[in-house]
Write a new protein. Structure first.
Length: 583
């Protein structure tokens, strides 16, 4: 507590002074949406070539980082620097999306999936680790050298608690450089440069589509091996990283054989040295803001969760209607008009201070039931997602639902084939697929908690898993209290944790929505406070690459939390995305 308080106190003071300086000196061309909007630090690059930032010396003082080993240096290794810099430095790389680097253009493929370090488009090369070797033999000797890396922020343990039976650590994100042979004269030393990259399908999981395995965000550990003789496993040119995790192999060697084969020849750098940020987007021009590049406006008239959409709606434009108007009054008596409906790319605008998703107004003769949604081009697997947004109000002037709901989803674009051996294989989407999702959803009403016409909304946290794991504690149609959480599968394809009620005033302000997606559980936070946790006992935790999807659709037909024939809007309603971060 004291550490957090002290660090936050000085951070706030420094940030405040920095903002005063920036605001007083810069041109008056950017106006934030509200005064609480955090500003991105204006720190320059520590290494401009590799786009590395230097984090403060005390950056990890209050943070526990997972690691496989304690500091060690191999028998022949005098020093090991993964980036050629002192390993006491805290370095961060943020992948930059540049207009120069548009890898794909079609909506059907994964844009910007080649997320890696170094950026292959901007840097045009590899990183180089420095390994200082000394030949202590009395004769000329050849050493076999290789570098390995592993993400430790979202991992299965390869430390002293290593699980040996199920081998879950094969799902970790790790990779290796090519193997090298270095020959040294007796008693001499040399600094070896080891070229490597992080990313681009390092384990060969997707031989048919290399761009579907970009680097994962988080902190990375590194180890280098300098073996005195050729090894048939970790130095094998055809090392199969799908079946072998080098960190687990070296850890087992340390535990079982006192490091006779690998550990005594290994040098290690802990994960505080390098942090990979997948996206840090404040819409200030640092990343590519061209529509259909990194942010893809969704387009189409389909409404997958709309049961009876025909394009015909009651000819009423009002933002002051009340329940009696619907049940007894002029809405029921009004005639129908044909209206445009569905997702429209023109309702999604990307500017230097955010993304605006619009649910447009209607006028007589020009009726609209359309909205804006966008997809985030790159996919990722595990990570910490932060979205700061002000979602459009969900009720009208009279406190009656206006038909708007909100989605903040992680969604699997290429669903898995249906497992016909699963007794729940009948749970499929309309296309006969079973995509994973991790969702924030904001609805008007909650069955059994609020009435259909309450002026409050509620937030629902869910994982859509289509019952891939039959051993989870709750089955389709059920609800219960488990581990302190009210959970249900009333929507049979997913596990839901109903969250708190949201008053109308909630939508007058920006709020921060966070997901911590780990291999065994997912945490959901709103404004920095944890509101729900879904564990692997409740639902199958997605283990596929997902991409971000944010929208404010109009849901109107066939479900308890929405109503048919809601009047058209008199005024535009807007959702504003202030910033997005994946780390």
């Amino acid at each position: 507590m004291f550490c957090n308080h002290l660090f936050n106190k000085w951070s706030v003071l420094f940030t405040g002074l920095l903002l005063v300086f920036i605001i007083s000196c810069r041109p008056n061309q950017y106006v934030a949406y509200d005064s609480l909007r955090p500003e991105k630090p204006s720190a320059g690059y520590f290494d401009k070539h590799y786009l590395l930032y230097k984090l403060p010396d005390n950056y990890y003082n209050c943070t526990h980082l997972h690691s496989s080993f304690h500091a060690t240096s191999g028998a022949f290794i005098q020093s090991f620097k993964p980036f050629g810099y002192n390993t006491a430095l805290n370095l961060q790389y943020t992948h930059i999306y540049s207009p120069k680097c548009v890898y794909h253009t079609a909506d059907t493929i994964w844009k910007y999936a080649e997320v890696c370090f170094p950026n292959t488009c901007l840097t045009h090369g590899k990183a180089y680790a420095q390994l200082a070797l000394k030949n202590t033999y009395p004769e000329t000797h050849t050493f076999y050298v290789r570098l390995f890396y592993q993400n430790t922020s979202y991992w299965y343990r390869t430390d002293d608690s290593l699980q040996r039976v199920t081998h879950p650590w094969l799902d970790n994100y790790y990779g290796a450089s090519d193997e090298m042979k270095i020959t040294l004269l007796a008693g001499t030393d040399s600094v070896v440069q080891i070229p490597f990259t992080i990313g681009l399908n390092p384990k060969g999981e997707f031989g048919w589509d290399d761009d579907k395995d970009p680097a994962r965000p988080g902190n990375y550990e590194f180890m280098a091996l300098a073996l005195p003789d050729s090894d048939g496993l970790l130095m094998n040119r055809d090392l199969n990283l799908m079946q072998i995790n080098p960190f687990a192999v070296v850890k087992m060697d340390e535990l079982d054989n006192n490091g006779q084969k690998y550990y005594q020849y290994m040098s290690y750098t802990a994960p505080n040295h390098f942090r990979f940020v997948f996206l840090d987007e404040y819409f200030n021009g640092a990343n590519d803001l061209t529509p259909n590049h990194i942010y893809i406006p969704k387009n189409g008239k389909e409404k997958p969760l709309c049961d009876t959409c025909s394009g015909w709606y009651k000819e009423v434009i009002s933002e002051a209607w009340q329940p009696d108007d619907f049940f007894k009054g002029y809405i029921a008596r009004a005639g129908y008009v044909k209206a445009d409906y569905g997702i429209k790319p023109q309702n999604c605008s990307i500017v230097l201070n955010g993304i605006k998703l619009t649910i447009p107004k209607s006028t007589k003769g020009d009726y609209k039931k359309t909205w804006g949604e966008f997809l985030f081009g790159p996919s990722f697997k595990y990570g910490h997602l932060t979205v700061r947004a002000k979602f459009a109000p969900m009720t009208n002037k009279a406190g009656t639902p206006n038909g708007i709901i909100h989605n903040l989803w992680l969604y699997q674009r290429d669903p898995d084939p249906v497992d016909t051996n699963n007794p729940y294989s009948y749970l499929r989407n309309p296309l006969g697929k079973q995509p994973y999702e991790i969702d924030f959803e904001i609805w008007n009403s909650q069955d059994g908690v609020n009435s259909q016409w309450d002026d409050s909304a509620f937030i629902n946290y869910s994982i859509v898993d289509y019952m891939r794991d039959t051993s989870v504690v709750i089955k389709p149609g059920g609800k219960m209290v488990y581990d302190g959480e009210d959970i249900n599968r009333l929507n049979v394809r997913q596990l839901n944790v109903p969250g708190k009620a949201l008053p109308p005033s909630f939508f007058n302000q920006f709020h921060t929505y966070e997901l911590y997606w780990y291999p065994e559980y997912v945490r959901f936070l709103v404004d920095g406070k944890e509101d729900a946790v879904i564990t692997k006992q409740m639902a199958r935790i997605p283990n596929k690459y997902l991409f971000l999807w944010i929208g404010s659709p109009l849901y109107q037909d066939g479900v308890y939390y929405s109503q048919p024939e809601i009047p058209f809007l008199e005024n535009d309603k807007n959702t504003v995305i202030d910033y997005i971060r994946i780390d």
